[in-house]
Ligand binder design. Structure first.
Ligand code: HEC
Ligand code: HEC
Ligand code: HEC
Ligand code: HEC
Length: 356
C-alpha cells in the first residue's frame, strides 16, 4: 500500500505543516507564560460546591519570603532595677527590668526604623524628651499592640501581633488608607462619585468605590447586599451600600490572598451556617480594625504632623492588609508575640494622648 494514498496531505502540505507547528509552539509558549507553573487548587468545602483556593507556586514563594518573621533577641530576664527607677519619663513600660526595656527598644528600632535607629523616635541625646511626634505615636502604638493581643483574641488568637506584623522594617506600614477626597462628577448636579470608576488597587483595580473603609472600618454601616425581605418596604439596602460591601469584600480577599470561597459558600453569601469558620474570624477582624482606627489611630490626630495626613486632614488608618499583607495569617501564622510578654497585655491603665 502506498503511504500517499493513505495520507494524501503528507507530502504536499509540508510548508503549511511547518507554519502550523510553529504557531502551535508559539501559542503554547504565550499561554503558559501567563501562569507558570500552572496554578494549583486546594479544595476547602464539600465536593461540587466549587469551594477551592487557587495558588500559583511562584507567587506563593514571593509571599512566603515577604512573610518571614525576624529572629527575637534573647530576653535578659526580669532581674535587676526597673526602668521606672532608672529612667525619667517612662509612662507604660516602667515595670520592665532595664535589660528587658532596652531589648524592647532595640527590637522596636529593628521592626519600625532600622535605618534611623533610636534617633527616629528620640531627640538624642535626651532619651526622656517627648518632642518628636514619632515617640508620642510609638507610645500609643505600644498600648494598641497590647490591646490587640489582650482583647482581640477571637481574631488574633495566641499568634498575636508585634510592631513587625504591620511595620516590616518601615516607619509607615505598607498598607494604610485615608478618607477619599469627595470628587464631584463633571458637574456638581450629579453629586459625589464616591470614588467610583477611578480604579484603585484597594479594590483590585475594579470600578467599585475606592474607599470602602470609611463606612465599615471607621463608621458602623451595615455590610449588606440583600434586604431581609423580598418586598421593597422591608428592603432598606441601597445600591451604594451594596457597592461598598463588594469593595470591602474585594479588599478582604486580596489582603488575605484568598478567594471569596475562603469565607463563603456561594450558594448564599448571606447564610452563616453554610459559611466556613474563617468567616467568623473575619467578622471579628472587621470589628477589631474599626476599634483600632477609632480608638487608637484617630486619637493621634493632634500628634501626627500635617505631611503624614490625608487629603482631608485625617490620620493614616489601618485595614486587613496592614497586618495580613497577602497571607491568610500574617507572617504565615508565626507566633512571634509570645517572645515579648510585655506586648501581650497592658501593665497600667492606658494613657490619654497629650496634644502636641
Ligand atoms: C519607635 C520609637 C522608638 C525607638 C526607635 C526607640 N525608642 Fe526608646 N522610647 C520610645 C518610647 C515610646 C519611650 C517611652 C516609653 C514609656 O513611656 O514607657 C522610650 C523611652 C526610652 C528610654 C527612657 C528615657 C527616659 O529617661 O525616660 C530610653 C533610655 C530609650 N527609650 C532608649 C532607646 C534606645 C537606646 C533606642 C535605640 C536602640 C531606642 N530607645 C529606640 C520609643 C522608641
Ligand atoms: C496593627 C498595625 C500596627 C501595629 C501592630 C503597630 N503599628 Fe505603628 N503604625 C501603624 C499605622 C497604620 C501607622 C500610621 C502610618 C504613618 O505614620 O503614616 C503607624 C505609625 C507608627 C509610627 C509613626 C511613623 C511615622 O513616621 O509617621 C511609629 C513610630 C510607630 N507606628 C511605631 C510602632 C511601634 C513601636 C509599634 C509596636 C509597639 C507599632 N507601631 C505597632 C500600624 C501599626
Ligand atoms: C476573609 C473572609 C471573607 C472573604 C474572603 C469574603 N467575605 Fe464576604 N463577608 C465576610 C463577612 C465576615 C461578612 C459579614 C460582614 C458583617 O456582617 O459584618 C461578609 C458579607 C458578605 C456579603 C453580604 C451578605 C449580606 O448579608 O447581605 C456579601 C454579598 C459578600 N460578603 C460577598 C463576598 C464576595 C463577592 C467575596 C469575594 C470577592 C467575599 N465576600 C469575600 C467575609 C468574607
Ligand atoms: C492587627 C493585625 C490584624 C488585622 C488588622 C487583621 N488581622 Fe486577620 N489575623 C491576624 C492574626 C494575627 C491572625 C492569626 C490568628 C491565628 O493564628 O489563628 C489572623 C487571622 C485571620 C483569619 C483566619 C485565617 C485562618 O485560616 O484561620 C481571617 C479569616 C482573617 N484574619 C481576616 C481578617 C480580615 C477580613 C481583616 C480586616 C477586616 C483582618 N483579618 C484584619 C491579624 C490581623
Amino acid at each position: 500500500m502506498n503511504m500517499h494514498t493513505l495520507n494524501p496531505s503528507a507530502s504536499v502540505s509540508t510548508p503549511s505543516r511547518w507554519w502550523q507547528t510553529l504557531a502551535l509552539v508559539l501559542s503554547a509558549l504565550v499561554l503558559t507564560a501567563c501562569e507558570r507553573p500552572s496554578p494549583e487548587s486546594v479544595q476547602s468545602g464539600y465536593r461540587g460546591t466549587g469551594m477551592v483556593q487557587v495558588y500559583n507556586a511562584r507567587l506563593l514563594e514571593v509571599k512566603t519570603e515577604k512573610n518571614q518573621p525576624p529572629v527575637a533577641i534573647p530576653s535578659p530576664g526580669s532581674d535587676g532595677p526597673k526602668a521606672a527607677q532608672a529612667y525619667k519619663n517612662v509612662k507604660i513600660l516602667g515595670h520592665l527590668s532595664v535589660g528587658e526595656f532596652n531589648r524592647l527598644m532595640v527590637s522596636m528600632s529593628n521592626w519600625v526604623a532600622p535605618q534611623e535607629g533610636c534617633a527616629y523616635c528620640h531627640a538624642l541625646p535626651n532619651f526622656e524628651d517627648d518632642s518628636k511626634y514619632t515617640k508620642v505615636v510609638a507610645r500609643r502604638m505600644i498600648e494598641m499592640t497590647q490591646h490587640i493581643n489582650a482583647d482581640w483574641q477571637p481574631h488574633v488568637a495566641q499568634t498575636g501581633v508585634t510592631c513587625y506584623t504591620c511595620h516590616r522594617g518601615e516607619p509607615v506600614p505598607n498598607a494604610i488608607w485615608f478618607k477619599s477626597n469627595p470628587q464631584p462628577y463633571g458637574s456638581n448636579f450629579m453629586g459625589d462619585k464616591a470614588g467610583q470608576n477611578t480604579p484603585s488597587p484597594v479594590v483590585n483595580l475594579s470600578s467599585l468605590p475606592n474607599d470602602p473603609f470609611t463606612p465599615f472600618l471607621l463608621d458602623d454601616q451595615k455590610i449588606r447586599v440583600n434586604g431581609p425581605t423580598p418586598l421593597p418596604s422591608g428592603n432598606r439596602q441601597s445600591i451604594k451600600q451594596a457597592e461598598w460591601t463588594y469593595g470591602l469584600m474585594t479588599h478582604m480577599s486580596t489582603a488575605l490572598g484568598v478567594n471569596c470561597t475562603y469565607c463563603h459558600n456561594t450558594q448564599s453569601f448571606q447564610n452563616w451556617t453554610n459559611s466556613p469558620p474563617q468567616r467568623v474570624t473575619a467578622w471579628h477582624g472587621i470589628r477589631m480594625a474599626r476599634d483600632l482606627n477609632l480608638n487608637y489611630m484617630e486619637s493621634l490626630t493632634e500628634a501626627f504632623p500635617a505631611h503624614r495626613k490625608g487629603p482631608t486632614g485625617d490620620v493614616p488608618k489601618l485595614n486587613c492588609a496592614t497586618c495580613h499583607q497577602g497571607a491568610y495569617k500574617p507572617l504565615n501564622g508565626a507566633p512571634m508575640a509570645k517572645d515579648f510578654p510585655e506586648l501581650l497585655k497592658p501593665a497600667v491603665t492606658p494613657t490619654k494622648v497629650a496634644a502636641k
